[in-house]
Design a protein around this ligand. Structure first.
Ligand code: ADP
Ligand code: MG
Length: 728
């Protein structure tokens, strides 16, 4: 075995494990590092608390003197917790999180030192963040952006820093981050869903979207990962032969979690508890070394922040345990990738889950209204929804027979399908009393029982109804959930607005009663949403054909998926819903295309380097050894040497063939990359990366993996799959 690899494995085996224990009860730890409402009540005056509470709940403005007071209290609280610095914590369009730390420490005009933090520093900060991608927005308008406090997501302490969740906008108010459009979309769904919920309960004044994400990830040993430039620089393996023992035995799924991984998880969960991230479940996933962590669901904005925070702290805690955490959607070829299911629902201020059937026929009609409207929204905007999960990493997953396909469809199960079939046949206009009684007793009255039986879950569906929520399963593991959540909440809000208009229209023009009007609109929605409903096997080839026949899009690659965002009706939708103006949309589109290009460009450079600097030299060395062997045999046996060295001769030839292919493929890769980079339009460049650059990866990989199989293991420079994928 190669010395470095050997050393890394020795390290992994013999290293003392970092155990993690905490005697404190989870419930007392929970959110102890968060400036929660409880902490605010302790540290703020009553008036300030009420004002800030109203700002959180209703989005009202906070005046300067209250902001000063909150800032002073926040500082006092943070200092008692040991914080020395503060930062505005935001989510730039890179999808990661960003922060710029400033010390509380200051020197006043008398030259005295003190700890200082006032309202203006709380509310607004100007980070020197001009190198974050802005898609030309900042060039067109002002030079810099600024961050502004989001009081709806509480401040928290991480390490010795008080982190204040903020939005990131340009001076002209254009959103430069992922949070701003999300907050606007959540506002839109709040308004739209409240209006519709009022049909059923006048006391509803607010509706919030809820999100429960399920984060999948891989753990690999840090020392082994360090032997692989591909993992270090691109987050995934670009070469590597499949191990003799992979996931075919299925023994990892729900199996016992290795002790080393448990220690990491314990510390991660402890940290999550302090930060108020309500993690609840952890288990092994399908692939070796793959795990999942899921919290209790929360209000969507908070849940998005918590996921972004989690992804950040996972890396830090993994490092302490000598792990590298891989959030990439497809770190290993031939082995299941990672996703991040987004469980989504709507909840009223009165505590009702609008996607959960209730006890009365009326509450079930409410459930059906939101259920059918959501399906209709997905049907109308399926390609936009697909685009919300587009990335270079996720392209390896969607449609690769392990994750939901790139075709968006909705699974609702046979029982709810039967309910919709019944509703499809309600009379036009006014319903007879008999029909209504029938519906109430036999159709919608039975929904709760039906749902209890509804255990048949279709794992192949990208958008599945799972009893009291929809589960959007196509989201990538490394993604910021803000993007899919912005899209989903916007399209459903739009559909709810239309629904309300149509119902009001029927009440007015046809003098229908409210529930008659609702039945009538739902009937039409059900008729027109058949195309998007699919309960079969989403992985099958026949579904691809069937979906094409139905006119559903199948956007397999990021460039084509993203182009769905630039359609006129989509630009109009976001603009009209006041979620993103056309400039903000165009900026995001370009940034994501750029990121796609950059990702593949980096991967291609890494692959070329690894081939030329590591794989080829190793192969040549081994080949040389064989040649020496053969020439020695020739000296002994003379011309009849070949009889004595058939394997060596054959291997020498195989190595020549594979190294030739590897060399010529590297040249082809460089050529394709240069051509792609020379395109003047970013779309053309992205297309070339997708269609001309990426396919060469496979050729290189095939040759490299062929060499891995025949070259002396003791000289192979890269940790192998079998070493990376089994935790010791
Ligand atoms: P599963 O069998 O898929 O694990 P669970 O019921 O445990 O199903 O839920 C999975 C995820 O769905 C969890 O993260 C949970 O918090 C979330 N979830 C449950 N109810 C809701 C809801 N009303 N809104 C959003 N997410 C929810
Ligand atoms: Mg799930």
């Amino acid at each position: 075995m190669n010395k470095l690899r050997f050393q890394a494995i020795q390290d992994a085996v013999s290293r003392p494990q970092k155990a993690f224990h905490s005697d404190q009860k989870k419930s007392t730890l929970f959110a102890s590092h968060v400036f929660t409402k409880k902490a605010m009540r302790t540290f703020l005056t009553k008036q300030a608390f009420n004002e800030i509470n109203e700002a959180i709940e209703k989005g009202t403005k906070i005046n300067r003197s209250v902001a000063d007071h909150v800032a002073a209290s926040m500082k006092d609280w943070a200092i008692t917790m040991g914080a020395t610095h503060y930062t505005h914590w935001f989510q730039p369009l890179t999808g990661a999180t960003a922060e710029k730390h400033d010390a509380f420490f200051d020197i006043d005009s008398n030259g005295d030192s003190l700890e200082y933090f006032d309202g203006s520093q709380l509310v607004q900060q100007e980070p020197d963040a001009s190198s974050f991608p802005s898609g030309g927005i900042r060039n067109t308008f002002e030079a810099r952006g600024y961050t502004a406090w989001d009081p709806s997501s509480p401040a928290f302490i991480y390490g010795s820093t008080l982190c204040i969740p903020t939005i990131f906008v340009s001076y002209t108010g254009q959103a430069l981050d992922n949070k701003t459009p999300l907050l606007r979309a959540l506002n839109a769904i709040d308004d739209a869903a409240t209006q519709v919920a009022k049909f059923f309960d006048k006391s509803v004044t607010h509706v919030q979207a809820t999100l429960g994400w399920e984060q999948e990830y891989f753990l690999v040993d840090k020392a082994l990962a360090a032997s692989r430039p591909d993992i270090m620089l691109s987050g995934r393996t670009l070469v590597g032969h499949a191990p003799p023992k992979g996931q075919q035995l299925d023994d990892h799924y729900f199996g016992s979690i290795p002790t080393r991984a448990i220690n990491f998880m314990r510390e991660l969960e402890h940290e999550c508890m302090l930060l108020g991230i309500p993690v609840k479940t952890r288990h092994n996933e399908v692939a070796p070394n793959q795990f999942e962590l899921a919290p209790i669901f929360e209000e969507a904005n908070l849940a998005v922040d918590h996921n972004a925070l989690l992804m950040d702290i996972m890396g830090k805690i993994a490092s302490k345990h000598q792990f590298k955490v891989l959030l990439h959607e497809k770190p290993f070829s031939g082995i299941n990738g990672s996703g991040k299911h987004n469980n989504w629902s709507l909840q009223t201020n009165t505590g009702v889950n609008l996607l959960s059937p209730g006890k009365t026929p009326m509450s079930n009609l409410q459930f059906l209204t939101f259920f059918v409207t959501a399906i209709k929204a997905v049907q109308n905007y399926e390609s936009l929804i697909r685009s919300s999960v587009a990335s270079a990493g996720n392209d390896h997953r969607l449609g690769a027979n392990e994750a939901p396909p790139a075709i968006i469809s909705v699974f609702i199960g046979s029982q709810l399908s039967a309910v919709l079939d019944n509703l499809e046949h309600v009379s036009k206009g006014k319903l007879s009393p008999q029909e209504k009684t029938d519906l109430k007793l036999n159709v919608i009255g039975k929904i709760p029982d039906v749902l209890l039986d509804n255990t048949d879950r279709n794992r192949t569906s990208p958008f599945a109804f799972t009893g009291n929520k929809f589960e959007f399963r196509a989201v990538g593991s490394s993604q910021n959930c803000a993007i899919p959540m912005t899209v989903l909440n916007t399209v459903v809000a739009k559909q709810l607005i239309d629904f309300k208009k149509e119902v009001d229209g029927l009440i007015k023009s046809k003098k229908l009663k409210k529930d008659d009007a609702i039945f009538n609109v739902l009937r039409e929605y059900i008729k027109t949403t058949k195309n998007i409903l699919f309960d079969g096997d989403g992985y099958s080839l026949s579904w691809q054909k069937e979906a094409a026949r139905r006119g559903l899009s199948n956007l397999k690659k990021t460039p084509e998926a993203l182009s769905a965002r630039m359609q006129e009706n989509i630009i109009e939708l976001f603009d009209q819903m006041e979620v993103m103006n056309p400039i903000e949309q165009k900026a995001r589109y370009e940034i994501q295309l750029e990121q796609y290009i950059q990702r593949i460009e980096i991967e291609s450079l890494v692959l070329e380097n690894m081939s030329k600097n590591q794989i080829l030299p190793t192969a040549f060395k081994y080949q040389h050894m064989l040649i020496e062997n053969v020439s020695g045999l020739k000296q002994i046996y003379g011309e009849s040497f070949a009889k004595h060295a058939p394997v060596a001769m054959e291997t020498i030839e195989k190595i020549s063939a594979l190294t030739d292919t590897l060399t010529s493929s590297c040249a082809a890769l460089a050529k394709a990359r240069i051509k792609a980079n020379s395109m003047s339009k970013i779309e053309d460049s992205a297309q070339m990366y997708a269609n001309n650059v990426l396919p060469v990866f496979d050729k290189i990989r095939e040759a490299a993996d062929g060499l891995e199989l025949i070259v002396d293991d003791s000289t192979w420079p890269l940790a192998k799959y079998r070493e990376l994928l089994f935790l010791r």
